[in-house]
Design a protein around this ligand. Structure first.
Ligand SMILES: Nc1ncnc2c1ncn2[C@@H]1O[C@H](COP(=O)(O)OP(=O)(O)O)[C@@H](O)[C@H]1O
Ligand SMILES: [Mg+2]
Length: 291
């Protein structure tokens, strides 16, 4: 099973957008049974596929809706509140992914309060209580049998949630806008990747596919920063030869009422669809064929 994660400890760089493109490309275009996971307490990725609800216990946060398999009259469901988020892994409970409107795509949504609680676990307990849990969940027989690919969206942090994603992933991509602040985020992620790589067995590497320029504009600023990264002896080799430009439709399809909802349902010649396809094909080629 391939586990691909999009990481950058800066927000607003395209982690959620790229997670969405990749999840829909693998499931809808490549017809690979795929599980999307939202590891960000903000739950933006979840909101794309499920009608997330305001959590009465923490009104500033979201929680998953009732699961379609939940039956309050069924005695088997008596001990279940009917909701299932990826944060159940931190409470020793099973995760029941939700079906989505996208063919071959199931989803394990976030739960703001519970993910934040995991992020706040004390240092002395973090390895057992947080770091190991996602790897354990993804290696369970149920998950391995049901899915061939997993796409994980992450929080803009370098904390315990991000570390557990690094530990569970087989492949990572660092999206970044070509501006000063987001580029700083690249260094933070490269550092975490190198730390994690040192602990990996040779047979189970964590492959950095690369740094993906996003929201690219043909301005002097973006071109200069991209060029300086490409010329940088330490980083240049990780800059991907593809990019996503600043295109309003990538933002517009976030809206619930958008039609079509998937970029891959746009007309074949649509410029944003072609660009998304090129990026996803490049990433998938690396993930599926070349380890
Ligand atoms: N290539 C792009 N062109 C235009 N808007 C984009 C693009 N990529 C992302 N966006 C928009 O920018 C905002 C931040 O992107 P998002 O994917 O949510 O970043 P992150 O998950 O890293 O915080 C969102 O509103 C998203 O729709
Ligand atoms: Mg996000």
């Amino acid at each position: 099973m391939k586990v691909i994660a999009f990481l950058n400890n800066k927000g607003g760089v395209g982690k959620t957008t790229c997670s969405r493109l990749m999840a829909e490309y693998l499931s809808k275009v490549k017809r690979i049974p795929t599980l999307g996971i939202d590891f960000d307490p903000q739950c933006n990725f979840s909101h794309q596929y499920l009608s997330m609800e305001i959590d009465p216990a923490a009104p500033e946060g979201l929680m998953p809706p009732l699961h379609p398999d939940y039956n309050p009259h069924d005695p088997d469901d008596a001990d279940w509140d009917g909701r299932s988020s990826i944060a159940e892994i931190f409470y020793g409970q099973g995760v029941i992914p939700y079906p989505t409107y996208v063919e071959n795509l199931d989803f394990a949504p976030g739960h703001a309060e519970r993910l934040l609680a995991a992020e706040a676990v004390r240092k002395s307990e973090v390895v057992d209580k947080v770091h190991r849990q996602l790897t354990g969940f993804l290696s369970s027989p149920d998950v391995c049998e049901a899915y061939q690919a997993v796409v994980i969206d992450t929080a803009p942090s370098k904390g315990p949630l991000t570390v557990s994603v690094m530990k569970a992933a087989t492949h990572i991509v660092i999206p970044s806008v070509m501006e000063e602040q987001p580029v700083q985020g690249i260094y933070g992620m490269l550092q975490l990747w190198m730390q994690e790589s040192l602990t990996r067995e040779k047979s189970n590497p964590l492959t950095l596919i690369g740094i993906l320029p996003n929201m690219f504009k043909q301005t002097r600023l973006h071109k200069d920063i991209l060029k300086s990264l490409q010329d940088n002896a330490a980083i240049g080799k990780y800059i991907l030869p593809i990019k996503l430009c600043q295109r309003i439709v990538f933002a517009e399809i976030d809206a619930e009422e958008a039609t079509p909802r998937s970029i891959f349902d746009f007309p074949d010649h649509h410029v944003a669809r072609c660009e998304a396809l090129e990026v996803c094909e490049h990433l998938a080629e690396r993930i599926l064929n070349h380890g």
